[in-house]
Design a protein around this ligand. Structure first.
Ligand SMILES: Cc1cc2nc3c(=O)[nH]c(=O)nc-3n(C[C@H](O)[C@H](O)[C@H](O)COP(=O)(O)OP(=O)(O)OC[C@H]3O[C@@H](n4cnc5c(N)ncnc54)[C@H](O)[C@@H]3O)c2cc1C
Length: 440
């Protein structure tokens, strides 16, 4: 068995793991990233299928100067090659489509469009502004309850049902109202988002190059099999793969991007943690599944549409984007159009995923008659279990720090309040690295 020594070992090269590696490397630490797959990025990567650049998960990626992702790239001087999609949102309700104004201020417009009653819309908007201004609902109230107490307009509830499912990854009845407003607040404060120009995998490869150029190391096809815990603190990991075969890596810091539950398994079971941490691990432990459908056609489903479409008129179909229309030269062969659609189960914890996936397909056809016949489907995936939409629901993220000294979690099981998805994973790395640098 070979043996190496590093300042920190990172298990997994998802957004959380890579951002932790970048921040630690930028702070002068020598870090080793272990990735079991040949590809970097986890659910923020891509594969080439039928000559198209198809995502493994995320499409809308925060890129503004306040983003934790951008900060991590900056920490090692890596470029983010992105196409800005800020303000290019279309919401489809039963009575029509609403395009947000590119200059901002879309929230009141969306509500007015949904409610079709200016006075009612303004009253609801004022209440939302009050919550955003600090008059927060109690933590135990769900977003569904918050809206139910204020309006019986079904269209505005459909609007925010689609918004929550598409942009926050779970449903109105699952997201605490306070978390909904924290997210709305952070995403409306001039934050920008976009699509990677060459695919998410290329974005992560750029970050990897900057990390390794500064002395840290990344080993692909190398699986961490065990986190070594001795006397209540981390001592390193055992890994297997690559040219090294079985490797024992000594390190006082292990940052796991494998998800909080898998981290516990790797560390030898929940018993290694104290009672308080075990209770957190098992409270609201549900993940958020998501359906991913990618397909290619020789015309765009929506002529001239170069943005992101959120659906409030369906049970399951929540999102559509046409990456080839946004970046014609880089995503699919000339004359072909890659489309990405997402679906969400109506109940993240209790739905019949197979039945609701089939319904997502039916709703795609209902919204765009003929698509099922005309398109070539490249991906039809139900993401749940170890690679879900998110490892924990918004508002229920685990802390990054564990009760084992030197052991930290990053990724979308540890999203800090007000964040989701890739940004949440990157923000968890910001939290973990700040704790590491302050403590060790
Ligand atoms: C279909 C879909 C659509 C989505 N859309 C969006 C979106 O538009 N915008 C957005 O922000 N978010 C989106 N998300 C969520 C986003 O993709 C995730 O929240 C984010 O990418 C998760 O990052 P992570 O840090 O948790 O790492 P992960 O992506 O979970 O990566 C973990 C990595 O660790 C590796 N690993 C695990 N165990 C080991 C081990 N034992 N040894 C070595 N390596 C290991 C894995 O191979 C993987 O590469 C979407 C997700 C899905 C599935």
């Amino acid at each position: 068995m070979g043996q190496d020594e590093f300042d920190a070992v990172i298990i997994g090269s998802g957004m959380g793991g890579m951002c932790a590696a970048a921040r630690l490397t930028g702070a002068g630490k020598r870090v080793l990233v272990l990735e079991k797959s040949p590809y970097l990025g986890g659910r923020c990567s891509h594969r080439v299928r039928s000559d198209c650049v198809v995502t493994t998960g995320a499409v809308m990626i925060p890129m503004g100067s306040d983003s934790a992702i951008r900060e991590a790239f900056d920490a090692v001087g890596a470029e983010m090659d992105m196409i800005d999609l800020t303000g290019r949102m279309r919401y489809r309700l039963r009575h029509g489509d609403y395009d947000t104004p590119p200059e901002g201020g879309g929230l009141i417009g969306m509500i007015e469009f949904a409610m079709k009653d200016g006075a009612q819309a303004k009253a609801l908007f004022r209440e939302m502004m009050a919550a955003l201004g600090g008059d927060m609902p109690p933590e135990e109230m769900t977003t569904q309850q918050w809206f139910d107490q204020r309006t019986d307009n079904p269209d505005v509830k459909d609007l925010f049902r689609g918004f929550c499912a598409a942009l926050m990854g779970t449903n109105l009845h699952e997201i605490p109202a306070a978390e909904f407003f924290r997210f709305l607040g952070s995403s409306s404060k001039g934050s920008r988002f976009g699509m990677t120009r060459l695919g998410n995998g290329a974005l992560m490869d750029t970050l990897a190059e900057a990390i390794t150029a500064r002395g840290s190391e990344i080993r692909r096809q190398t699986r961490c099999e065990k986190i070594i815990v001795e006397n209540g603190r981390v001592a390193g990991v055992v890994a297997h793969g690559g040219e090294g075969g079985e490797q024992r890596i000594v390190s006082p810091i292990v940052v796991s991007n494998a998800g909080p539950d898998e981290t516990a398994t790797l560390a030898g079971g929940e018993e290694v943690f104290d009672e308080h941490y075990r209770a957190r691990l098992n409270r609201n432990a549900a993940s958020a599944p998501i359906f991913h459908i990618s397909f290619v056609m020789d015309r765009p489903l929506i002529e001239g549409f170069e943005g992101c479409m959120v659906f409030g008129n369906n049970e399951n179909l929540i999102y559509l984007e046409i990456p080839s229309a946004i970046s014609p030269e880089t995503i699919s062969p000339e004359g072909t159009f890659l489309h990405i659609a997402y679906g969400a189960p109506s109940d993240a914890a209790n739905s019949d995923l197979t039945a609701e996936f089939e319904n997502t397909m039916r709703e795609l056809e209902a919204n765009f008659p003929g698509v099922t016949e005309e398109a070539t489907f490249l991906v039809k995936a139900k993401h749940s279990g170890r690679a879900p939409g998110m490892h924990r629901w918004p508002g229920f993220g685990m802390p990054s720090e564990t009760s084992v000294a030197g052991l930290y979690n990053v990724g979308d099981g540890c999203i800090p309040p007000g964040t989701i998805g890739t940004e949440g994973a990157a923000a968890s790395a910001r939290v973990a690295v700040a704790q590491i640098l302050a403590t060790h």
